[in-house]
Design a protein around this ligand. Structure first.
Ligand SMILES: Cc1cc2nc3c(=O)[nH]c(=O)nc-3n(C[C@H](O)[C@H](O)[C@H](O)COP(=O)(O)O)c2cc1C
Length: 183
């Protein structure tokens, strides 16, 4: 199973990137790939820029990366209660190639922040947007107070309550992926 796990954040030391990769690496026999949305940066979307630039190669590359995965794990950083501008811009450009950017693949949405809200607001927005994005959501989990609940030296969750939630999400995802059988 090929899992694409990434953060909807352009922070180089993103805590959501850590959470997405930690979660993906819990999956047995999976080939885990990641991406950095900084590699797909484009000008802020506008109708005029689209008329000028068409479908930028960065949007096509991001779309193709999603298309190659069997399942997807995204962890959303929250800026002022919603998506980071970096992710939203990438989503907007990519949605002009195909509205269902996630290709109806089994998906887990996660979110974390250093504060007590655990980026629940962006997670709610992401889950509500999932049908528009073509994400087949199997589960969603928010982790509050990241630095109290995640051991950044050993790269693992240390709060059993959240560990259980993440493992449950992983089980939901893996149970839904139908392996490709080669003859
Ligand atoms: C402009 C800005 C707005 C933010 N707004 C929120 C917010 O609404 N809720 C929240 O929990 N954290 C907020 N934060 C803190 C982020 O959760 C924190 O920077 C976190 O590290 C972002 O995740 P990342 O490391 O994966 O990028 C904000 C940070 C910035 C820079």
């Amino acid at each position: 199973m090929k899992i694409l796990a990434f953060a909807a954040s352009n922070n180089k030391s993103s805590i959501n990137q850590r959470l997405a990769l930690y979660t993906a690496n819990l999956i047995d026999n999976a080939k885990v790939e990641t991406l950095n949305i900084n590699d797909y940066e484009m000008p802020i979307f506008s109708d005029e820029r689209e008329a000028q630039l068409g479908q930028p190669k960065e949007a096509k590359a991001f779309f193709n990366k999603l298309a190659e995965a069997d399942a997807i794990i995204v962890s959303f950083a929250e800026h002022n209660g919603t998506f980071t501008a970096a992710f939203k811009n990438l989503y907007d450009w990519t949605s002009r190639i195909n509205k269902s950017i996630f290709g109806n693949k089994p998906t887990i949405f996660l979110a974390t922040s250093p504060g007590p809200s655990g980026a629940q607001s962006v997670l709610r927005a992401a889950v509500e947007s999932a049908p528009f994005m073509g994400a087949d959501i199997k589960d969603s989990v928010s982790i509050p107070n990241f630095f109290n609940n995640f051991d950044t030296e050993n790269n693992r969750l240390i709060n059993p309550k959240f560990e259980t939630k993440i493992k449950h999400a992983v089980a939901q995802l893996t149970n839904s992926v139908v392996p490709v059988v080669y003859k």
